[in-house]
Design a protein around this ligand. Structure first.
Ligand code: 0A1
Ligand code: ZN
Length: 869
């Protein structure tokens, strides 16, 4: 049977709702018994059928108001009760099911992670536990009783507050939990296990004391402190910036090793991929520290944007995700560096999100059609969704935006809302017309702004001619004009900023692009200016403006905005890559331009005053970032040219890089912005110096002097990228030291998978047998197989098709064990239209092999169907 699509337009309210749920779990890894007692309320007096979702368990019994009930029909994914003889307004259902968590490799529903048991219910995992109206607009009160062997599972956790507990004579114990807040079943959670527990307290702005508890595997307590500090910072920030306070008496976080995604915001009981909880200087890099803090913040912020106000249906996912990502981005920007955070997010948008919008999976931030909901936890819904919220923030300003938030919360608290509810609240609270702006919710694809300019010296007038066009996408051919906030700045040739005036009035630096063609005129412009366009990436669009190298150098040198300086350097890098790629493709010798060296020399001059931006600007875009500026991607060519650029920069700037490298050595490891910037700068210098004659000595020394994972990993990466003589020894040393620690080994697997070596595929295949590898663990799979397919384009797109064959072999296995992870890993293979005919044929062959599988999961089915269209 072919999976069926669901459409946004088909949303209908329920005929029956569920108001109260009592769940009784007799927990056992092989044989768990679940008794679910549902209070059902009729919403539609004509309704005769109640269809409950459920699959992947053994159905034991059904009772209605205490009596066995047999008027039902059952299929592979549901149970439909015939209530035509039963008009009652309200009744109770009691459903018994039996589960085997230890064999649940999908990691959805109730499953075993290590020695513990846990659940993952978003998006539609609750239905793997028991029959349920598994949709986010059914909000109920939950009471949960957990019974299990006390020695094996000393901790029994669920949502809300602990209301009772006791011991049984057979060595089992039980705990009962009650969550006073209404919630949809995707926020339900249960955990059972033996843990180390880190405890703390937080006093909220109204003076309530909240217990904070972080549960980690035994022996990991020394890695939980940063997560706790991050949680407290998040709680405080949400009070200060958004006026939002935590609502329960307890907040629990549990770290598990087997998890499909980053983390999950279950009410009062977050479950996290251990990667986003555990951190200490020996095992985590600076980036890991930042990752932990932002995911902790993200899940915490969901308590209001997601939990108290949830989504009416899954098409509205961006309502909670776009908004919550926006909130976690603002949190990081307020606490650390705004420009650095912006640069990180923009790199992600321009590479991964733009690529998705140009792929067979293109969809608006509010999708219209879904086959498998898990396929829509995408960079489009999350990151582009956050960009759409950010544009609203830009158009309204902080004050009106917060007014809009207040109204949204006041109107929607305790409800399941839509994206429209949010935009409408913003509009009404601010008085700003968002009519045309709403189209961002329904239009997919990356808009392109083509900009030309004109300077009239006599009239001292400067004009920007702006045209917008959104190319057709796989899901949507016709496009309309969007409301695009275009932030600009004008600089004189010596870098002085030119005031933006119309007639004699100062005008906003945010231009409202709303038509297909528009001209913006500025007066009293004393000289031909250099325009900075799309400052701070004020909209998720591409800009096409024909910058001269001189203009870009002016911006790199003088712009008073860090983002603009960084962005100008990016354009220089891309131009350099383009020029050399044509030479490479025509078998001509490559040449490195003086202008780029000049720009980077300028950048390095600011190494002492602004180490952070210097490090970010010196960092060469990744191959996948470069790829996005081409319609047809030449993976081998891009890799060769990027390699050439790296070596050329290293050779030309060796002496300066060495000076900066030596100046930025730190006496000790501290997680503070100032030191992190210096480490990043020093390590980017190292990455270049690795390609020079001092490389081997320097990298070897760096590795052995390192007292933290950031520096250790930087030297390991430098050694592998530059294929240094010390490489094998360092890799072996690291493996010897860390083979017992999966999270640390993920970094090692990732380096192996992205090696520039000719025989990297052979190495990767060998590592499938490595003592630290485990095919059932998504983190391991992503860091070895996923990194090879998505971060090593040269090898993955090898013209003999070996990379594709390997990925397909792996996907065939994952299709059976963990389809959700499989559907993420397949991404690079479905983007076939971006490659030449020969590669397309090979990629298509791989997709067809998958399509022929006997039990193709719907997760993969949906993507393969689209790719082969
Ligand atoms: N809501 C989570 C993301 C998430 C989605 C699905 C999951 O399992 C199938 C797990 C987590 C977040 O935004 O953090
Ligand atoms: Zn989220």
């Amino acid at each position: 049977m072919q999976p069926k699509a669901k459409f946004r337009k088909d949303y209908r309210p329920v005929d029956f709702t569920i108001t109260d749920i009592y769940l009784d779990f007799q927990l056992d890894p092989q044989d768990t018994l679940v008794t679910s007692t549902l209070t059902v309320k009729r919403q539609n007096s004509d309704a005769t059928q109640l269809r409950l979702d459920g699959h992947s368990f053994e159905f034991l019994s059904l009772k209605l108001n205490g009596e066995p009930f047999s008027k039902y029909q059952k299929d592979d994914e549901s149970l439909t009760l015939d209530l035509s003889q039963f008009p009652a307004e309200q009744f109770q259902l009691e459903i018994q099911t039996r589960l085997n968590p230890s064999e649940n490799t999908s990691l959805q529903g109730l499953y075993q992670s290590g020695d513990g048991l846990c659940t993952q219910c978003e998006a539609e995992g609750f239905r793997q536990i028991t029959y349920m109206l598994d949709r986010p607009d059914v909000l109920a009160k939950y009471r949960t009783k957990l019974t299990a062997c006390k020695s094996k599972y000393p901790y029994l956790l669920a949502n809300g507050n602990r209301i009772a507990q006791g011991e049984l004579e057979d060595g089992r114990h039980w705990v009962e939990w009650e969550d006073p807040f209404l919630k949809p079943c995707y926020l339900f959670a249960v955990v059972a296990g033996d843990f180390d527990l880190l405890q703390d307290k937080f006093t909220t702005m109204s003076g309530r004391v909240v217990d904070l508890e972080i549960y980690v595997d035994r022996g990991n307590l020394d890695r939980a402190g940063w997560a706790m500090e991050s949680l407290k910072r998040s709680m405080k920030w949400d009070e200060e910036r958004f006026g939002l306070e935590y609502d329960l008496d307890i907040y629990m976080i549990v770290a598990v090793d087997f998890f499909n995604m980053g983390a999950m915001e279950n009410k009062g009981l977050n479950i996290f991929n251990s990667k986003f909880v555990l951190a200490n200087p020996q095992t985590a890099t600076d980036d890991d520290y930042m990752g932990v803090e932002s995911v902790i913040a993200h899940e915490y912020f969901h308590n209001w944007t997601g939990n108290r106000i949830t989504c009416r249906d899954w098409f509205q996912l961006s309502l909670k995700e776009g908004l919550t990502v926006f909130r976690d981005q603002e949190f990081t920007s307020d606490l650390w560096s705004r420009p650095a955070k912006r640069i990180e997010d923009v790199r992600m948008m321009r590479s991964v999100q733009f690529a998705e919008d140009a792929s067979p999976m293109a969809h608006p931030i509010r999708p219209e059609k879904v086959i498998e909901m898990n396929n829509f936890y995408t960079v489009t819904v999350y990151e582009k969704g956050a960009e759409v919220i950010r544009m609203i923030h830009t158009l309204l300003g902080e004050e009106k935006f917060q007014k809009g938030m207040k109204l949204y919360v006041a109107e929607q608290d305790g409800k399941a809302a839509t994206c429209e509810d949010f935009v409408s609240a913003m509009e009404r609270a601010s008085g700003v017309d968002l009519q045309q702006f709403r189209r961002w919710y329904s239009q997919s694809g990356t808009p392109e702004l083509t900009i030309a300019d004109e300077y009239d010296e006599k009239r001292q007038t400067y004009r920007l001619h702006v045209s917008q066009m959104t190319p057709p996408t796989a899901d949507q051919v016709e496009k309309v004009n969007l409301h695009i906030p275009l932030r600009v700045a004008l600089y004189g040739e010596n870098g002085q900023k030119i005031n933006l005036q119309h007639e004699l009035l100062t005008v906003s630096d945010v231009l409202d692009v709303i038509h297909e063609h528009q001209t913006f005129e500025f007066h009293n412009v004393p000289q031909r200016p250099v325009p900075a366009l799309l400052c701070d990436f004020s909209a998720p669009v591409r800009v096409d403006y024909n910058y001269s190298t001189e203009q870009l150098l002016t911006l790199v040198k003088f712009a008073d905005n860090e983002f603009v300086r960084w962005d100008a350097a990016q354009t220089l890098y891309i131009n350099e890559l383009r020029a050399n790629l044509s030479r490479f493709q025509q078998n001509q010798p490559m040449q490195f331009s003086e202008a780029l060296i000049e720009a980077l020399t300028l950048v390095l001059e600011k190494a002492n005053t602004d180490p952070e931006l210097t490090a970010l600007t010196l960092t060469l875009p990744k191959e996948t970032e470069f790829a996005e500026s081409f319609k047809v991607i030449d993976p081998a060519g891009i890799a060769a040219v990027r390699d050439f650029m790296q070596r050329s920069i290293a050779e030309s700037l060796k002496d300066r890089l060495l000076v900066v490298y030596n100046q930025n050595r730190l006496p000790e490891y501290r997680v503070v912005a100032e030191d992190m910037a210096k480490r990043a700068l020093r390590n980017v210098c190292l990455s270049y110096l690795a390609f020079t004659d001092v490389g081997n000595t320097l990298v070897h020394k760096h590795y052995h002097q390192a007292d933290n994972m950031t520096d250790t990993l930087a030297s390991l990466a430098a050694a592998t990228k530059a294929q240094l003589p010390c490489r094998d020894q360092l890799l072996a040393d690291f493996e010897q030291k860390w083979h017992h620690d999966g999270l640390v080994m993920d970094k090692w697997f990732m380096l192996q998978a992205t090696r520039p070596d000719e025989n990297v595929l052979e190495i990767v295949q060998g590592l499938l047998e490595h003592r630290s590898f485990n095919f059932k663990n998504p983190n391991r799979v992503r860091s070895l197989i996923g990194a090879f397919a998505s971060q090593n384009p040269r090898a993955f797109h090898a013209i003999d098709g070996s990379g594709y064959r390997f990925l397909v072999d792996m996907l065939i296995k994952l299709n059976d064990t963990n389809p959700q992870v499989a559907a993420r890993l397949i991404e690079p293979l479905i983007k076939l239209s971006r490659y030449d005919a020969q590669r397309q044929t090979l990629m298509r062959r791989g997709l067809e092999r998958l399509k022929g599988l006997d039990h193709l999961a719907r997760d993969l089915f949906e993507k393969i169907e689209k790719a082969l269209q």
